[in-house]
Ligand binder design. Sequence first.
Ligand code: GLN
Length: 198
Amino acid sequence: MIVGIVGFQGDVQEHINSLKAAGKSRGIQVRQIRRPDDMNGISGIVIPGGESTTIYKLLNTYRIYDLIKMECKSGMPVMGTCAGLILISKDTGDPRVNGMGILNATVTRNAYGRQKESFMGEITVNSIGKMVVPFIRAPKIVNADEDSIIGKYGDEPVMLRKGNVLGLTFHPELTDDLRIHGMFLEMVEGEGYISTGE
Ligand code: GLN
């Protein structure tokens, strides 16, 4: 199976490394997505962290924003991390970034403060347990369906899952912990979706 990663900006290579490591025994291939044709034949997609306003612009410039939105609404598994979560959410609270509305969530960008307010936090994730992960100019999830919350930092929701959609405010790809990428690849295998890229 081929998993796509939106490859314009942000921590693309780190996700590729984690997906390859977590997918080694599963025969998973990873492909960067930068053009509509790249969407052909993928079974899942990751939208990385980075700068959501920039990724948003580039997704539109290269005409893949609507394609991703459509395929994910049709059931293709998607994992959005940080800026990626902002992009898949329904309400980003920022007119410069139009959320795809794949995930029924409201987020606030840069809600912990500036870059220097970035931190490592211990989170608890359903069916995984505790993990220590970096939050980098992270958004906060201010509203989400209660049953979609699968990860918390203290009382705050930081990870959501609804069907084929996974969204996180933090960066598992910057750790050696492959459990969240493993969880996503299980979703990809379970769904067996193949994008036609149309
Ligand atoms: N603050 C960034 C944004 O709003 C997200 C930060 C990140 O992805 N690490 O786009």
